[in-house]
Ligand binder design. Structure first.
Ligand SMILES: [Zn+2]
Length: 558
């Protein structure tokens, strides 16, 4: 085999293997990596997760303290302001809204009122005090998916402008033609959720098609969470970005209904929900108008909040390549304080994401020891917990051209329980960044493994996703769970304990038995991948089959 016939991925792997072994000798890289310190990580986490920072809620005194701390740290490391206006700040204007909806349906001979939030949760992101929609015709559009790469279009030539569309959650589950007990890996990645399956996609396609209202039928398995999660999020204030025209790119009404309610509505319309659902698992599916009309009356309480992303940079040393960049992200915000709670009211967010913010500062420190050819950006984003809003704002108002942004690497939580033999990649198979990563992982004597639950769409749930969506290849590491020196099952047990007891609770605090040595190994991987990309002669690519590839290809990165 001549070298011309070696597949690109393999050539890359070989290239980076050569780099990784060369780097083992490179004194600059070694000195950069040797600056990474578990104690320093812990010090940053202790500050950011202290009660004094009040859970780092956007728009609170805790935000001011957090932003001040991050800027002061970046400055003391000698990093330059990341905003070309000469500051370390990107202002992120947010809107908070609390919706009180009334929802009813009129069929031929009956009226069905759905109860909020037990039967339905709907809202409007048009940000007006009162929004009424009366007698809007309903069309069932199956999974609401338009995916040219799979030859799939649930809308066909049906015009849904001004109508209410009813959609199913997740990807169409196509059975494997050779073994119908399994899903077809060639269609929508089998059991792995693609972006077409995620609720945010459903609302985007609804808006693109001009629908008035976009309603998703909730089902626990395919959604990945029970109705309670949707109910809980509806009671409290929700957030969006302040934009010039909030009606653009958004259906007037978005929301969910329970499976039972969907069955009831279909029955009232003389249709059978389960038969409709079954018909949607086919390329030949056509939208089905239902003989029933929807009315919505939504009262919203709205307030504006000024928040901030913090941004710092190390300018590239190459006169040409310094106009290109690699961006590291970690969200600084958490859930703030809930004054209605008795006892501990502060959501300290030590793991989520004081730890990632600390890692971002350690990465910045390491990069001051090398001279990257391309510019390295450190972006600490706000309002991740409110729906990835800080990163969405950056991705839609980038301070550096996205077509010259080679990669994003995101940190949301770090390894807290020691050195591990394994390392997960969330969204394994998406981009060549994991091929760049692989030899560095091997050099640590560790094993790369796919994420544990690819059906839940975790790749779409943290800040790197906003970069993916606009085409920038993005890497998001999972934590390892095979912890060295501990009994089998220890890592999984610690992960489960965190999800059950501490995740998004006031008890997410610094724990006395944390061991950040594994975090240092993971951060050193992120450093090496970013540095390799910053020095490399190739742009990282989305892999064949990635739903984000088309966007990047449009930028001319083929
Ligand atoms: Zn987080």
């Amino acid at each position: 085999m001549t070298s011309r016939h070696i597949p690109v991925a393999l050539t890359l792997a070989i290239t980076f293997f050569v780099i990784s072994s060369a780097w083992a000798q490179d004194p600059e890289v070694q000195s950069a990596l040797s600056t990474l310190s578990p104690d320093q990580l812990l010090n940053h986490i202790k500050v950011l997760a202290s009660d004094e920072y009040e859970g780092r809620g956007p728009g609170t005194a805790g935000e001011q303290k957090t932003v001040d701390y991050l800027i002061q740290q970046f400055k003391s490391l000698g990093l330059q302001p990341g905003n070309p206006d000469g500051t370390y700040i990107q202002n992120v204007p947010l809107v908070g809204f609390t919706a009180k909806p009334a929802v009813s349906f009129a069929a031929k001979d009956q009226r069905i009122d759905l109860k909020f939030p037990t039967d339905t949760v709907v809202w409007s992101r048009h940000f007006v005090d009162d929004l009424k929609v009366e007698d809007s015709p309903i069309v069932f559009v199956g999974y609401g998916v338009v995916a040219p790469e799979y030859g799939w279009d649930d809308f066909k030539d049906v015009d849904v402008r001004g109508k209410t569309i009813l959609m199913l959650i997740n990807d169409p589950p196509i059975p494997d033609p050779n073994d119908p007990s399994k899903l077809d890996d060639k269609m929508f990645k089998g059991y792995t959720m693609t972006y077409y399956g995620r609720w945010t996609y459903k609302y985007e396609i609804a808006a693109a098609k001009g629908a008035k209202a976009a309603i998703i039928v909730h089902q626990t398995g395919p959604a990945g969470y029970p109705w309670g999660v949707i109910m809980m999020s509806s009671g409290r204030e929700n957030f969006g970005l302040q934009v010039d025209d909030p009606t653009s790119g958004r259906a007037a009404i978005e929301g969910w209904i329970t499976l039972d309610s969907a069955r009831k509505l279909c029955a009232a319309a003389g249709a059978d929900f389960d038969a409709l659902k079954k018909s949607a698992v086919s390329r030949d599916f056509r939208p089905a108008p239902l003989n029933i009309k929807a009315s919505f009356d939504i009262h919203s309480t709205i307030r504006k909040i000024a928040s901030r992303n913090v941004i710092a940079k190390i300018e590239g040393s190459d006169p040409k390549l310094k106009n290109e960049c690699v961006i590291y992200t970690a969200h600084w915000d958490h859930l703030g304080r809930d004054t209605t709670l008795t006892g501990d009211q502060i959501f300290n967010g030590a793991a989520d994401n004081a730890s990632g913010s600390a890692a971002l500062l350690e990465l910045a420190k390491a990069f001051t020891k090398v001279k990257p050819k391309r510019t390295i950006i450190f972006l600490s984003v706000t309002a991740e917990e409110k729906g990835l809003l800080g990163s969405q704002y950056y991705a839609t108002h980038p301070l550096y051209p996205l077509d010259k942004t080679l990669a994003n690497m995101n940190i949301d939580g770090i390894e807290l329980w020691g050195l591990t033999r394994d390392l997960g990649v969330v969204g394994m198979g998406q981009s060549t960044l994991e091929d760049t990563l692989a030899p560095f992982v091997a050099a640590q004597g560790r094993k790369l493994v796919p994420e544990s639950d690819p059906g839940k769409g975790y790749y779409f749930r943290s800040d790197h996703f906003e970069f993916a969506k606009v085409g920038v290849p993005a890497l998001y590491l999972d934590k390892g769970i095979d912890v060295i020196g501990k009994p089998a099952g220890y890592g999984k047990q610690k992960r489960d304990e965190y999800i059950d007891h501490d995740y998004h609770k006031p008890s997410d605090e610094v724990k006395p038995d944390w061991d950040l040595s594994g975090a240092v190994e993971d951060i050193s991987l992120l450093f090496q991948v970013g540095y390799a990309v910053a020095q490399g002669d190739r742009y990282p690519q989305w892999k064949q089959g990635s739903e984000f590839k088309a966007r990047r290809d449009q930028m001319g990165h083929q």
